[in-house]
Design a protein around this ligand. Structure first.
Ligand SMILES: *Cc1c(COP(=O)(O)O)cnc(C)c1O
Length: 395
């Protein structure tokens, strides 16, 4: 009880606002600290938090969680996967050069080609499955090799340790987008990578509800520099979304295990279907890179792509499929079918796309948690309709 007789207006603001009450409740869930600023107890000594762009307790709980999961020293949460990726690139300076996987995520392609170039940071795209091509692309000013494995959407596999070795020879950092695998299936920091990036919008949150990104560094120095950029640039994840992401991550293990198991069944089913020209899934023993993937990862994930003969046939399939949602994104409880040519890779010219195998018949599937028998039955009937279309075309 206060000895002061504050007026109602004052009480309205100050009553029951003990800043650490949550720490005394034993709440099982991390509280959502919706506070932009934090009271400093004394003139001289500031507490652990001052302003939520610089640090927020809910976000910090998330950042500590992902740091532990990836086995890093510093984790940082951003407003989106692209915010995490872009912020990591801000570790570079004008005049630097990046060697980057040619089948990188469309948004990363856009950032590197359209934004980084404005700041005089140059790039060379390479086929990351070809180690000689990587070595040949390195210039005296190359500072980062940027990896995505398995890649999007053709699931190409990069030998992480081999690339790290090339990078070390040339004093470059390695960044790796680990969105498709999550720390459950792949731990790039243990393989020598310097910065791991995630679109947490996907498997980590898992429910198609939030946009979020994470970056985890291997050492303290990079962690400090990236935290400085996070605070300076300011593309932080809000407290509510940090809470939702923590909640989503709690079920990642069960979700990813089930979805990956279903993906393996579906990939095998599609491989045997006569209308399908190609299936891309690292869990298929004949997938190029399967052996490298097995060496460096544990599990094959829940994303696969498959090629139908052309756009009209892909369209007929999409129009008849019943269960998956037709949308961009991946990694959710609901299966998601997407059409890379006009969705994830719309930023790329047709010529660039086709060079990367992203033809007009290519579809990407992110397998959710529906019963796999229902999904396969659904694909069976949609492929029948697509086969009719194919027959009509050849007439
Ligand atoms: C979605 C995605 C991104 C971008 O993440 P956002 O959260 O959409 O900004 C980056 N990399 C990969 C592999 C993705 O799938």
């Amino acid at each position: 009880m206060s000895i002061y007789k504050d007026k109602l207006e004052t009480k309205l603001i100050h009553a029951s606002s003990n800043p650490d009450i949550e720490q005394k409740t034993g709440a099982v869930n991390v509280p959502i600290y919706l506070s932009s600023t934090f009271h400093q107890a004394s003139f001289d000594d500031f507490g652990p938090f001052d302003y939520s762009r610089s640090g927020n307790p809910t976000r910090e709980a998330l950042e500590q969680k992902i740091t532990e999961l990836e086995g890093g020293v510093r984790g940082l949460a951003f407003a989106s996967g692209m915010a995490a990726i872009s912020s990591a690139f801000m570790l570079l300076s004008a005049g630097d050069h990046v060697v980057i996987s040619e089948d990188v995520y469309g948004g990363t392609y856009r950032f590197v080609t359209k934004v980084l170039t404005q700041f005089k940071i140059d790039h060379t795209f390479v086929n990351m499955t070809d180690l000689n091509a990587i070595s040949n692309a390195i210039q005296p000013n190359t500072k980062v090799i940027y990896i995505e494995t398995p890649s999007n959407p053709c699931l190409n596999i990069t030998d992480i340790e081999a690339v790290v070795e090339i990078a070390k020879e040339h004093n470059c950092l390695t960044f790796l987008d680990n969105t498709f695998m999550t720390p459950l299936c792949q731990n790039p920091l243990q393989l020598g990578v310097d910065v791991v990036l995630h679109s947490a919008t996907k498997f980590l949150s898992g429910h198609s509800d939030i946009i979020a990104g994470l970056a985890i560094t291997k050492n303290e120095e990079l962690g400090k520099r990236l935290a400085f950029i996070q605070n300076s640039f300011g593309a932080i994840l809000g407290a509510q979304d940090s809470y939702l992401l923590i909640q989503g991550m709690k079920t990642l293990g069960t979700r990813l295990k089930q979805s990956s198991e279903s993906a393996q069944h579906i990939a095998t089913y599609l491989h045997h279907h006569q209308l399908i020209e190609e299936v891309y899934y690292p869990g298929l023993s004949f997938h190029p890179g399967h052996d490298i993937h097995v060496k460096q990862s544990h599990g094959f994930g829940a994303v696969l792509s498959f090629r139908l003969p052309n756009k009209e046939i892909a369209k007929a399939f999409i129009e008849h499929v019943r269960i998956p949602v037709f949308a961009v994104s991946l990694g959710a409880v609901e299966s998601i079918l997407s059409y890379p040519a006009t969705m994830s890779h719309a930023a790329m010219s047709k010529e660039e796309r086709e060079k990367r195998g992203i033809t007009d018949g290519l579809l990407r599937l992110s397998v959710g948690l529906e019963h796999v028998d229902d999904l396969i039955a659904d694909f069976e009937q949609a492929l029948q309709a697509a086969s009719q279309k194919a027959k009509a075309q050849s007439l």
